[in-house]
Design a protein around this ligand. Structure first.
Ligand code: NAD
Length: 357
């Protein structure tokens, strides 16, 4: 297979971790006889510094032409004072929009090797945590119009619009049901249909879409209950299907209870064109440039790129197995360090994974 991957190193620890991720992808290509061409483009604060824009047109062009986009993270205190439209995060929202990436897939998996880091009571953690949040990414209150700040009756007033069309709901529901078919065949749709009209439509369309997926078990939860169930017993979940704002919050909750932010990958997919693969964490400016960052979330995002972007499951399995062997052999970066384990830096962690690949 011959593919082009556009690398977006971004800011902070971004360049360090993406170097390790790209090395692992290159080694996997070599092992399995594929050719991956890597191109690099600017995004976030690095792009602001070089061009004045967080998402230069050239970056969008390179991403559109690529078969997959591999991003690390953007942002940092250096750009806190820039005007809102020039903030590094605008680059991230912009590229998602430009590529039509409406589905965000975030697995939360508690690896037995890292059970000690889990924030849950041992008896709850022992039941296991292996779920994936399928979050709608381009609609909802984050993009709905009208929105704004104005003075009403002498009071400063802020307002946003929560809005979904049936088509937007249907296409994300399809992604969730298809994802569940490759897993344990359970979807839990999360909304707030006891209060919100948007959520009533959400539930209705999810039920309609489910008619084509009778082999998948469907349940429904209000978002407040879902947030509670996630810490009470996350083992009940396989695929959580939800909208943009609820998914933003629940996917962070689901991932943080594993205790290892530096371990969590994600994928964003559109109807066609390249997907975008990136770690869940940010640019960690506090440890940037010190060879302390954990590259495993980025490396595991590379595995998602191969599986979901290129349909290369055996290659993705191979990377995930190499990561688990590295952990089983006791290597840890600072963020997941435990007594009795061997502390390594970002580069060495990447090397250990490569050796096991
Ligand atoms: P963060 O995820 O960057 O860092 C939170 C904490 O986790 C820090 O202590 C950091 O050192 C640690 N951490 C994160 N990733 C790590 C890794 N791979 N290895 C070891 N430790 C790691 O979140 P934050 O501090 O809230 O945000 C920092 C910057 O990142 C901000 O500018 C924010 O806007 C941006 N951000 C970007 C993204 C993205 O690009 N997708 C996501 C979240 C935050």
């Amino acid at each position: 297979m011959h593919k082009t991957i556009c690398l977006l190193p971004g800011d902070g620890i971004g360049p360090e971790i993406l170097t390790q991720g790209a090395c692992v992808l290159a080694a996997t290509a070599q092992k399995f006889g594929h050719i991956f061409d890597f191109e690099e483009a600017l995004i976030g604060g690095a792009a602001v510094d070089a061009t004045g824009e967080p998402l230069p047109a050239e970056t969008v062009e390179k991403c559109r032409k690529a078969d997959a986009v591999y991003l690390s993270a953007v942002g940092g205190p250096k750009w806190d004072a820039v005007p809102p439209e020039k903030r590094p995060e605008k680059g991230l929202l912009g590229i998602r929009k430009a590529l039509g990436l409406f589905a965000n897939l975030r697995p939360a998996l508690l690896l037995p090797e890292l059970a000690g880091a889990c924030l849950l009571r041992p008896d709850v953690a022992a039941r296991g945590l292996d779920l994936i949040v399928v979050r709608e990414l381009t609609g909802d209150i984050y993009f709905g119009e009208p929105r704004g700040l104005e003075t009403r009756d002498g009071l400063r007033t802020g307002f946003n619009t929560m809005i979904y069309t049936e088509e937007e709901i249907r296409r994300i529901a399809v992604v969730a049901f298809e994802t569940a078919r490759k897993r344990r065949k359970k979807v839990c749709s999360v909304e707030k249909s006891n209060v919100l009209e948007t959520s009533r439509l959400w539930k209705e369309v999810v039920l309609e879409t489910h008619r084509e997926y009778a082999d998948v078990e469907l349940s429904h939860l209000y978002v407040d209950n879902a947030a509670m169930q996630l810490v009470r017993d996350p083992s009940q979940f396989d695929v959580i299907l939800t909208g943009n704002i609820f998914g933003d919050i629940l996917s962070d909750e689901a991932s943080v209870i594993t205790g290892s932010l530096g371990m969590l990958p994600s994928a964003s997919l559109g109807a066609s064109g390249p997907g975008l693969f990136e770690p869940v964490h940010g640019s960690a400016p506090d440890i940037a440039g010190q060879d302390k960052a954990n590259p495993l979330a980025t490396i595991l995002s590379g595995a998602m790129l191969l599986r979901l972007g290129f349909g290369l499951s055996a290659e993705a399995d191979c990377i995930e197995a190499a990561v688990r062997r590295t952990l089983a052999d006791g290597y840890r970066t600072g963020d997941i360090m435990e007594a009795g384990k061997t502390l390594v830096g970002c580069e060495e962690m990447g090397r250990k994974v490569l050796e096991r690949l």
